[in-house]
Design a protein. Structure first.
Length: 738
């Protein structure tokens, strides 16, 4: 009936007979023969995710369920429901999953109220923090009720927004559904019987949890071994030749950092690659859990290209600097680079401030939710990233995730650059830190309060304009750049290549560090990824399969995520997924292809289509503004003659779509009217500076690109006109130009 799924709880359903069985540590049957599954019994569960396909079957699938009753009541519930009518197979549907894709099952929305209810239901004491609920951990052996023991027992941190939990004492992590499984599935009798074992074995709670729920735990032991090997290969500062170390620091723009400061923070040197190696220590001891390597290369006067990588490769995050500092401090300064932490420690060494200095693992690119529990104890969080536009945007974005009530920031003035550069100015770092201003401000402001913001908009016009496209230089002249918080409406004739263009358009900014979320309802993610990989490599991969792994590894490093939606979807499902991604992955660009696939669901029958579209547009506009995220929305045009040139009024629906949009782009295809016609992109609305115009497009069948081929001469001109920014805050990872 079932394949062996050790440590899993599942129900095996056949497409035709609706038979049910339970397989975990042993096979379980409700009676001597398999009985039909009743609707009431199905309602006892909530589908979590599809598991492995059962062997030797074509239509049978295995599903993981979240029980809503104790296991001891399963048989009783089934016996009471045997006379009910078997359900239709449509009540359970498999969902495709792709690598790095966002799950799209219709889970109940995780709310702070719901988390409180579950904790109280299971009599788990907890307190409310800034970003997490801090609760007594069920994975840790209860100690005698001393003050110290009580603090250690309260080691379970549950994110208020996503429900993601971390037990700092045992190292167990997982999603909210997994924690609910553990609290609800484990019978009380089993818990009592295992009490003595748990006292003898503190890790028993973690083992029990892993055997019942499906977790995405960090494989701490394996990661530590890999990181430890990389750490041992690096050379300590005191054993490194002074000339070699000075050269490495000069390439990083950090020659003013003292060697003693590097040594005190346990920084090492990779002499072979000419880079600095920064350790990530376990929060309980000095065990190495990961390392981060930063390499610098001068590309011109005052221009430095940074490249960084970490071990383990991905999925693990830590804070550099946590090994030093007082444990009783309630103030922390967060920076975007490990070099900034060293500069701060060097600049504040004579200060009497009791402040923890930490570097975020991904700089200004993202604030992973995995590190929020480690920042929960700090009452005051100061963000000092730099005085450029991207750092300022990241400060505002991260402060919302960290809770604005406790966040302060260093104003991005010209005299307040990142700490590494500020150290060269010779000014007092302590004074700048003491002048940090709170993020929260009044609902009504005056010009004097926004004067510096206006000055920055004028003095940093290029950065305010946004991230420049490298494959579409003509687009930079029209739109000036990619900016967060805007809504772009994109339309074009059917079959003209809208998805092909928007794919390369989004890939261009993603290659420059813009966290991107794709929602493709027209084509499946596999085909979309195939097209994007060809555009990324600019090769016909069908004829160059030997190079697939090389380009796939580079492509995998991009901050690119995908929704698993396909076909008709409800607006609620899409917006909930976008909100989740914006919080967890700090998404900066969302592409929705296309709007019409949210207008034909059963929930919208009988609703005026124009009114429905206006509501969808308003929702995306609100999302873009509230989350400071750029939303690109693909909308089909009205049905018009092929010989007609599309205009702004050609966008399907009422005028609200183009009124709410900051940018309106139309893909014109003159091939539909004349044989010699060509494609071009027309900008018909530009709210940023009002410049309109057209950009010719040239389609390459081999690479599926619409951008102009990059000749060696053009590459040289681009490097001269657009030098690499000399700050880790801009792009923490430099990807190869393709």
């Amino acid at each position: 009936m079932c394949t062996s799924l050790k440590g899993q709880q599942c129900i095996s359903i056949t497409s035709t007979s609706h038979h049910v069985g339970y397989c975990g540590l042993r096979h379980y049957r409700v009676s001597q023969r398999y009985q039909p599954v009743s609707p009431a019994f199905i309602r006892t569960f909530q589908c979590l995710k599809p598991s492995t396909r059962l062997a030797n079957t074509e239509e049978r699938h295995c599903y993981l369920f979240q029980p809503r009753h104790d296991l001891s009541t399963f048989a009783r519930d089934q016996r009471n429901c045997l006379q009910s009518t078997p359900p239709r197979t449509s009540c359970l549907q498999s969902v495709r999953f792709y690598g790095k894709a966002l799950a799209t099952e219709e889970y109940p929305i995780v709310t702070a109220t719901g988390i409180r209810h579950v904790l109280r239901k299971h009599n788990i004491p907890f307190t409310t923090g800034y970003t997490c609920f801090v609760a007594e951990s069920p994975f840790v052996t209860k100690r005698k009720k001393t003050v110290t023991a009580a603090k250690k027992d309260f080691s379970l941190y549950i994110n208020m927004t996503t429900g993601y939990f971390t037990c700092l004492e045992s190292g167990v992590t997982g999603g909210w559904n997994s924690l609910q499984d553990y609290l609800e599935v484990v019978p009380k009798t089993r818990a009592k019987g295992a009490k003595a074992k748990t006292a003898a074995n503190p890790d028993n709670g973690r083992e029990t949890f892993s055997s019942i729920a499906s977790l995405s735990n960090v494989k701490t032991q394996g990661q530590s071994e890999v990181a430890d090997d990389a750490w041992k290969r690096a050379t300590p500062i005191k054993e490194t030749d002074t000339t070699v170390l000075s050269t490495i620091l000069s390439n990083l723009g950090a020659k003013h950092l003292s060697h003693d400061s590097l040594d005190k923070l346990n920084v090492r040197v990779d002499v072979e690659s000419g880079s600095l190696v920064f350790p990530w220590f376990h929060h309980h001891d000095n065990r190495i859990c990961g390392v981060k390597t930063i390499q610098g290369r001068r590309t011109g006067k005052n221009q430095i290209e940074y490249q960084e990588w970490s071990v383990p490769k991905c999925g693990y995050y830590n804070l550099f600097g946590c090994q030093l500092g007082s444990a009783d401090t309630d103030e922390v300064i967060l920076t975007a680079s490990e070099l900034d932490v060293i500069a701060l420690r060097q600049g504040l060494r004579n200060s009497k401030r009791n402040t923890m200095l930490l570097a975020l693992p991904k700089g200004t690119a993202s604030l992973p939710q995995e590190i929020l529990p480690f920042l929960e104890k700090y009452r005051k969080v100061i963000l000092w990233f730099g005085n450029d536009m991207r750092s300022w945007e990241a400060s505002k974005q991260f402060s919302r995730k960290l809770n604005t009530k406790r966040c302060f920031f260093i104003r991005p003035k010209e005299e307040h650059p990142r700490p590494l550069d500020f150290l060269l100015l010779g000014s007092s770092m302590g004074q700048v830190v003491s002048e940090a201003q709170p993020v929260n401000h009044k609902s009504i402001v005056s010009f004097s309060e926004l004067r510096e913001d206006v000055h920055r908009e004028l003095s940093q016009a290029e950065q305010v304009a946004g991230v420049k496209w490298k494959r579409f230089p003509q687009l930079n002249k029209l739109l000036k750049g990619f900016r967060r918080g805007e809504l772009t409406v994109f339309t074009g004739p059917t079959g003209s290549g809208k998805t092909t263009f928007i794919s390369e358009y989004s890939l261009d900014s993603c290659m420059q560090g813009v966290n991107t979320l794709w929602g493709s309802f027209e084509i499946q993610n596999v085909r979309l990824l195939k097209m994007m990989l060809s555009q990324f490599s600019q090769l016909k991969l069908e004829a160059n399969l030997d190079n697939f792994d090389e380009w796939a590894d580079r492509f995998e490093a991009l901050p690119l995520y995908f929704m698993t939606f396909y076909g008709q979807q409800t607006l609620k499902n899409v917006t909930e997924t976008m909100q989740h991604a914006a919080y967890v992955y700090d998404i900066e660009h969302v592409i929705v292809d296309n709007l019409q696939f949210m207008m034909g669901t059963d929930a919208t029958i009988g609703v005026d289509r124009f009114r429905q579209q206006d509501a969808i547009i308003a929702t995306f506009r609100k999302f873009a503004s509230a989350n400071n995220c750029h939303v690109t929305l693909v909308i089909h045009p009205r049905k018009e003659e092929d010989t007609n040139v599309l205009q702004m009024a050609s966008v399907f629906g009422s005028a609200k779509a183009t009124q709410e949009a900051d940018n309106v782009m139309i893909l014109q295809d003159k091939r539909l009217s004349t044989q010699q016609g060509k494609k071009f992109l027309q900008i018909v609305k530009n709210r940023f500076d009002g410049e309109l115009g057209v950009m010719p497009l040239s389609f390459n069948k081999d690479t599926l690109c619409m951008s102009t081929p990059r000749t060696p001469r053009r590459k040289k001109v681009e490097l001269e006109k657009q030098p690499v920014e000399s700050s880790l805050n801009e792009d923490s990872t430099v990807l190869p130009l393709v």
